[in-house]
Write a new protein. Structure first.
Length: 455
């Protein structure tokens, strides 16, 4: 039993006790009894967050000579659960000649032994022709998505990618798209390299906003031509957001994700002595872009905030041999997603509590076919519940970081609003500052079909 807390769902709030049995929410309100009672007086009860965009497995072919991200499903789960994230969606990169179904089977087997958080996976399509046979079978394997990059390898196979996205849509799948235009990126990098400007101080200029805008326009065009739903990952700029807002106003199945980097940081960070640690794809943008994205969340155009958690050691990020042509993009931010969005969003008056729950949990559950098990504190749903103290203030420090990255780009930030206890399917997996869940206790969450716009 969880007594005395205030439940906050996307649909509204109520003060009620919650009864949990056999991993699900058995009762809300009324007379309750149970083996354990959790006192949540003065605290909030939030649905466990769903971070649908993480990297907790290295692509096949990674090695010590070619280092990759430092987290696996266990360390990534620890970071997630300490931050109130109970379900993660992992990007599954395929090996040479590996089919999407084979890649998913491999990833599911790994996660089944390592994960503490619940999980689902997105196969990354690098050979669209070879993927066509598997795409109609993905839903039967519990997978409701594919992922494609417009930033590399897309142009040479554009027709085949459009066929794959079309087929995915007709098969009930959602296509996730990294929207940066390959040719414009090459032009930006080439122009700077020719001028001898290869330092990461010039990184933002090497991947200009127009490259994101052009690729986002292309994503919208594909959705319009095929009718297939598309999901623009980690959108970073006001201009790209305008493209999506116009498409959504016309009823097109275009969905938008942003990530914490673009809500809390700006491109000037790249000019700092350790600016390389802020490198992500797309790059950090300007203050006007930050405000546009907050407005997009408030107005409902931005539907999810997910991390694109891609953790490197600080040493790897600050490698002096890195340049605009040799990158290690991505940052650790699973643990701080929920607290910082609350602190900078709800507490700062930018968004409501209900919108916060929408973009951290409810919308992801809807888009990725995880309802009714995930995304809300309602009878019959999985008991993924975060007991949250909106007044608890902590300063982000290296010592608190659960990720193997061992550092955070938000070190020194004072953040108000933190989880004090996390339940995943009714099991207390984080309490008193410690992750208590057992590796291998996380479960695969099967995805259903993507609903139509407004569904």
């Amino acid at each position: 039993m969880i007594r005395g807390g205030e439940i906050v769902n996307a649909s509204g709030s109520e003060r009620a006790d919650v009864g949990v049995a056999h991993g699900v929410i058995a009762q809300i309100g009324g007379a309750l009894s149970g083996r354990r009672e959790i006192d949540a007086a003065g605290l909030l009860l939030l649905p466990g967050a769903i971070d649908a965009h993480v990297h907790l497995s290295s692509p096949p072919g990674a090695s010590t000579a070619r280092p990759r991200w430092v987290d696996d499903f266990t360390s990534g789960s620890r970071a997630a659960l300490a931050g109130g994230v109970t379900t993660v969606g992992n990007m599954t990169f395929l090996g040479a000649a590996e089919t999407p179904l084979a890649g998913l089977a491999r990833e599911h087997e790994t996660a089944a032994t390592q994960a503490i958080a619940d999980f689902f996976c997105h196969p990354v399509i690098g050979e669209p022709e070879a993927a066509l046979g598997d795409i109609p079978r993905l839903l039967d394997a519990g997978c409701g998505t594919i992922k494609c990059f417009l930033s590399f390898g897309f142009d040479a196979r554009a027709a085949a990618y459009v066929r794959a996205i079309d087929l995915a849509g007709r098969s009930g799948l959602l296509t996730m798209l990294h929207c940066e235009d390959e040719a414009l990126l090459a032009h930006g990098v080439g122009r700077l390299a020719a001028a001898g400007r290869t330092s990461l101080r010039d990184y933002a200029e090497s991947r200009p906003v127009i490259a994101e805008v052009a690729a986002t326009q292309r994503a919208v065009a594909i959705a319009e031509a095929t009718g297939a739903p598309v999901y623009v990952v980690h959108l970073s700029s006001a201009r790209a957001l305008e493209v999506c807002a116009e498409a959504r106003a016309r009823g097109l199945p275009v969905h938008v994700e942003t990530r914490p980097l673009y809500l809390h940081l700006t491109a000037e960070r790249l000019l700092e002595p350790d600016g390389a640690k802020y490198v992500g794809q797309p790059p950090l943008r300007e203050p006007a872009d930050v405000e546009a994205l907050w407005a997009g969340i408030r107005d409902g155009v931005v539907e999810t905030v997910c991390t694109d958690h891609a953790p490197w050691s600080l040493e790897a990020k600050l490698d002096p041999d890195l340049s605009i042509t040799r990158l290690r993009p991505g940052v650790e931010n699973l643990q701080t997603l929920v607290p910082m969005l609350w602190s900078e969003g709800v507490r700062a008056g930018r968004i409501s509590r209900e919108r916060f729950v929408e973009v951290t949990s409810a919308n992801a559950a809807r888009l990725f076919g995880l309802r009714p098990r995930k995304g809300a504190i309602v009878t019959g749903a999985d008991a993924d519940i975060v007991v949250f103290d909106p007044e608890l203030t902590r300063t982000v420090s290296r010592g608190m970081i659960q990720s193997n990255a061992g550092h955070s780009v938000y070190e020194g930030w004072t953040v108000s609003g933190w989880p004090v206890l996390t339940l995943r399917r009714g099991e207390v997996v984080f309490e008193d500052g410690s992750v208590r869940g057992r590796p291998g206790s996380g479960r695969l969450v099967r995805s259903g079909p993507t609903p139509p716009p407004g569904g």
